[in-house]
Design a protein around this ligand. Structure first.
Ligand code: KG4
Ligand code: ZN
Length: 342
């Protein structure tokens, strides 16, 4: 079974998603986002998220199969995110996937969401020169991972507090701009001065290359409070020059911090390529700066395209494909694991 037909299911946070892949060909990639539901709260409300997953899961799976032109009877396996994520959200996708696999007598594949993000780059680009270093930056996680060869993934750095996307979301929230904050700040930043507000990068006292984003967020909050820029959602009117300067400065500081760490680790590990994955990989400045630095250091640059960067089920199916080939199927008792690590 070199190109198995796999249904992927994803519901770890606020996207309900289903995808059908044949080998590495994406036949469908359906994503129902709950951004509108959580917008006024400036972040994901777990109880609302799981309720909306329940409302959407059947429709999303149905659409995933229809758009791929297949039926449940054609599938070779079902892959589903088992963690990390919100437990109530994870359980919705997990139970749906278990039910389908059980009724159809198909192998069930339990996928780590973070490995999904990491492999999304391979799903799009095919083989990546090894060794490579991947920055996975999303709303819940931020870390650097060394892929030594196709099968070995090693975490080299993680965030010690907030995730990168979470910091974007919190800054947008404090300015009354809504959720998710990343795309909103990305759109506004080019009209501000990135050098207007100084937001210093954190230094780890133990010399580690771990990330920390809460300092950027707190410094941005102090600046916003001192200049009366904080608002409840929705902010009155369009953001003015002081808000845009803060946004541009925040984005530039966070991006330079991430790119600096990524390049340092890539040099230390003798990497041949750097990769960007996770929702924050959509950020225009992060993509541009990583590409520039990679080219300056003679490294390959692979950023996942935007519809595979945000939470999706095609990346889950891709990890499922690998698990199936390895014979690593899950048992029926597999549970949601909110703190699952990679
Ligand atoms: O990977 P993802 O869809 O979900 C998680 O696994 O968390 O990432 C969502 C995160 C949100 O925090 C969102 O604000 C951020 O990715 N994001 C961005 C951009 N697009 C999405 N951050 C910065 N710039 C963007 N263009
Ligand atoms: Zn994610």
């Amino acid at each position: 079974m070199s190109s198995p037909l796999i249904l992927g299911v994803e519901s770890s946070c606020d996207e309900t998603a289903a995808s059908v892949v044949r080998g590495r060909d994406i036949l469908s990639n359906v994503i129902a986002s709950q951004a509108d539901v959580h917008c006024e709260f400036g972040g994901v409300v777990p109880e609302l998220a799981s309720r909306h997953h329940l409302e959407k899961i059947d429709w999303v799976i149905d659409q995933g199969l229809k758009q791929a032109g297949v039926t449940l009877g054609d599938l070779d396996a079902v892959a589903v995110t088992s963690g990390p994520g919100l437990v109530g959200s994870l359980l919705v996708g997990l139970q749906a996937a278990k039910a389908i696999a059980w009724v159809r007598g198909l192998p069930l594949l339990a996928v780590n969401h973070l490995e999904g993000h990491l492999r999304s780059v391979w799903l799009e680009h095919g083989e990546i020169p090894a060794p490579s270093v991947s920055l996975i930056a999303s709303g819940g996680h931020t870390g650097l991972y060394l892929v030594r060869d196709d099968d070995t993934i090693e975490r080299l750095a993680r965030t010690r507090d907030d995730a990168a996307g979470e910091a974007f979301d919190k800054v947008a929230k404090m300015l009354g701009l809504g959720y998710p904050g990343g795309p909103i700040l990305d759109r506004l930043a080019p009209s501000g001065d990135p050098e207007a507000v100084r937001l210093p990068s954190p230094k780890m006292s133990d010399g580690s290359l771990d990330f920390s984003f809460s300092g950027f967020k707190t410094a941005a909050l102090r600046h916003a409070q001192a200049h009366n820029l904080t608002h409840a959602y929705p902010a009155p009117g369009e953001p003015g020059a002081p808000e845009r300067d803060l946004i541009a400065s925040f984005q530039a500081s966070v991006v330079e911090f991430m790119v600096g760490r990524l390049m340092k680790v890539a040099a230390r590990e003798g990497a041949r390529a750097v990769c960007l994955a996770g929702g924050v990989a959509c950020n225009s400045l992060l993509r541009r700066r990583t590409e520039e630095e990679a080219s300056r250091h003679g490294l390959g640059y692979y950023a996942v395209r935007r519809d595979l960067a945000v939470d999706n089920a095609a990346m889950i199916a891709e990890v499922g494909r690998r698990l199936l080939l390895q014979g690593s199927t899950a048992s029926w008792s597999v549970n949601a694991d909110p703190g699952l690590e990679l």
